[in-house]
Ligand binder design. Sequence first.
Ligand SMILES: Nc1nc2c(ncn2[C@@H]2O[C@H](COP(=O)(O)OP(=O)(O)OP(=O)(O)O)[C@@H](O)[C@H]2O)c(=O)[nH]1
Ligand SMILES: [Mg+2]
Length: 363
Amino acid sequence: MLRAGIVGLPNVGKSTLFNALVANAKAEAANFPFCTIEPNVGVVAVPDERLNVLAQISNSAQIVPARIEFVDIAGLVKGASQGEGLGNQFLSHIREVDAIVHVVRCFENDDIIHVAGSVDPVRDIEIINLELALADLAQLERRIDRTRKQARANKDAQLELTVLEKLIAALNAGKSVRQINLTPEEALAIKPLGLLSAKPIIYAANVSEDDLSTGNEYVEQVRQIAAVENAQVVVVSAQVESELIELPEEERSEFLASLGVKEGGLKSLIRATYTLLGLRTYFTSGEKETRAWTIKAGTLAPQAAGVIHSDFERGFIRAETVAYDDLVAAGSMNAAREKGLLRSEGKDYVVQEGDVILFRFNV
Ligand SMILES: Nc1nc2c(ncn2[C@@H]2O[C@H](COP(=O)(O)OP(=O)(O)OP(=O)(O)O)[C@@H](O)[C@H]2O)c(=O)[nH]1
Ligand SMILES: [Mg+2]
């Protein structure tokens, strides 16, 4: 399962957000399987309206959504890459995640201490990005001597050496690895290093309840940084989310409406993280259940079947496939078949986002 790490300065609302994510998943546990793996790791269902629609068409007894893991990582401080504030330990937690959700404080509140003494998202983002970049730099510098020796005799090492030199120069110039254009070969060569500043990132701008509908100048500052980095921004209020989960279901939309919004930011944060990870969803749908399955973009039909069961991949014959929109327009699987919208796809078919599939296979 893919993991996203919640990262940021101390006391910016990471755990509040994490707890809301987890409590929300727990609250929906009647429908959605949920588990806590460790106190700071939670499995969260990816909200997807299409599941309800499909379940209705198929009269399914159960809905099983896609899931991702969120990890609540302790706050990083300036100097973390030098071991400050248990820095190395926290940085190693970040090394294990596939994507980063960077929580940035965008709310004013004199009662909540800011480690740097004032609310300043630009400075805060720079502190975190710098620590990640410095940790990468230290790692690359430890590695380059060995690569230089190997490069005398080895083609692969020559490629790696070129990339390392390029990355070190860029990091020294204050960039993150994710901002550097690499060829697919170059990207592959450095993948095993698990560089922190290479991980895809979403900024979660944590605002006060009053600013949830409108945003504020801090959010704009975050947006400007994100635009340069090609990163996404989700506006969320950790405070509001933690209050929402305390409310009975029927009072939640009223509370949100009083803040001028339809939804809190939690759902969009989960969906954005899922998309950021380069994940795609296909569905199976029948009377027993309607279920979302997670694949990487570009996955072929047999491997997509393998996500359900290895037997499905080994004995793959064909994938009876209909696009979600086509199925909904037709109204039922039979109607879709009669209209010729149900396609029989073979082993070279690249599964598309939203495909509804029935796999045929030999056992
Ligand atoms: N007003 C306001 N307070 C918040 C918000 N989010 C978090 N807080 C408060 O800020 C304090 C710190 O929140 P945490 O969620 O523990 O922060 P953290 O980022 O996990 O902190 P560390 O784990 O120490 O790095 C708590 O007192 C929260 O109640 C928010 O959106 N608005
Ligand atoms: Mg915390």
